[in-house]
Design a protein around this ligand. Structure first.
Ligand code: PLP
Length: 365
């Protein structure tokens, strides 16, 4: 058919797609510079790692680039094996994807029929409602207690229609976390027919005293699946590698929903090198954790009551002042993430960038 100016949208997308808002990524520095007529803006809006990947990781990626005329290994068998050894699980308990958000999407599409309920605390990671609604599932939310997931409330909200429970731990955007004792008590109340997804994108930034779900929960609960990513601690957000760990039945359901060759060759090589140099990455994580503590103290000294964060960001529950503070900081070239009339989330960066952020915050309050 010939196109006409002003003609109705071509084709007939599903209702869920038509009404669904698009995922909005954090604003980037260039956008803010153009909008406010400034230069030198910094982006603290997407919880990225401020450091370039380790040189060894860059080298590993470079080494495979000339081979990209071939497809990558669809199953990413070597990466699975390396991750399985690293976390101490049999390889049948591990799968990989193009970022942990892709795995969460695949998991949802593997389990959620129209009308099935997907339960999660709110506010939490923005993709949970998007993925659920895309499948005509029913999002069911349980408000945070303060800024932390209310595990008792979530357990009480499980019905016979619940298919998945999604818990971001630490939670995005509030940075709070629950420990594995609390999670074990919660999981004991969840029927086997319901999958509990522990979305641990920020796992490396959490103190060891909070426990490790892979060793503390997976051996006890077959219906728990844990997702982690190379995007944050390992600084490979642009490469897209995440992984899931759990019972082989869940892993094979996720595997069936994998798009062909989704984890590309550079991503596979980068992930393997990152695991090989995990000790160097741990040193970098320790630097970010130390900065998180300094930034938290500085923000508290400005009279703001913020919770301890277990991730690579801090959350300011500024309520009605949020938009004004967000804009004030952005005009000074510091791009953060605004949750309308609720709060502002700020990624922890290098010492210099954190100092710039603190000065901009102080001036915007
Ligand atoms: C809670 C949470 N889960 C998952 C992700 C997705 O990370 P990726 O898809 O890069 O692995 C993020 C990213 O911001 C996140 O905050």
């Amino acid at each position: 058919m010939e196109t006409e100016e002003g003609a109705a949208t071509v084709g007939r997308p599903r209702h869920a797609v038509t009404v669904m808002p698009s995922y909005k990524p954090g604003r980037d520095a260039k956008q803010a510079e153009a909008e406010h007529g400034i230069t030198n803006a910094i982006k603290l809006a997407s919880n990225e790692n401020p450091m370039e990947p380790l040189p060894e990781v860059v080298q590993a990626i470079t080494d495979v680039i000339s081979g990209v005329n071939r497809y990558a290994d669809h199953r990413a068998a070597e990466v699975r094996g390396v991750i399985a050894d690293w976390v101490g699980l049999p390889v049948s308990h591990v799968t990989v994807g193009a970022g942990s958000s892709a795995i969460l999407h695949r998991l949802t599409s593997a389990y959620v029929n129209p009308g099935d309920e997907v339960l999660y605390p709110w506010r939490s990671f923005e993709v949970y409602p998007v993925y659920t609604k895309l499948l005509d599932g029913e999002p069911v939310t349980v408000p945070l207690t303060g800024q932390t997931a209310d595990l008792h409330g979530i357990a009480g909200a499980i019905t016979e229609n619940t298919k998945l429970v999604m818990i971001a731990n630490p939670n995005n955007p509030t940075g709070t976390a629950v420990n594995t004792d609390e999670l074990a008590e919660f999981c004991a109340q969840v029927p086997d027919s319901v999958i509990v997804v522990l979305d641990e994108a920020y796992f490396e930034f959490v103190d060891d005293s909070m426990g490790n779900s892979v060793t503390d929960l997976l051996p006890r609960f077959r219906n728990v699946v844990v997702t982690r990513t190379f995007s944050k601690a390992q600084g490979l957000a642009g490469l897209r590698v995440g992984y899931a760990m759990g019972d082989p039945d869940i892993i094979s359901a996720i595997d069936k929903t994998q798009l062909p060759f989704a984890v590309n060759m550079a991503a596979q090589a980068g992930a393997i090198a990152a695991v090989k140099h995990a000790d160097k990455i741990a040193e970098r994580v320790a630097g970010i954790v130390a900065e998180r503590s300094r930034v938290t103290d500085e923000i508290r000294s400005m009279g703001l009551d913020i919770e301890d964060s277990h991730a690579n960001f801090v959350y300011l529950p500024l309520k009605e002042k949020s938009n004004e503070v967000f804009l004030g900081m952005e005009r000074q070239g510091v791009v953060t993430r605004l949750f309308d009339a609720t709060g502002v989330r700020i990624t922890i960066s290098t010492v210099e960038e954190n100092d710039r952020m603190l000065a901009a915050l102080r001036a915007s309050l």
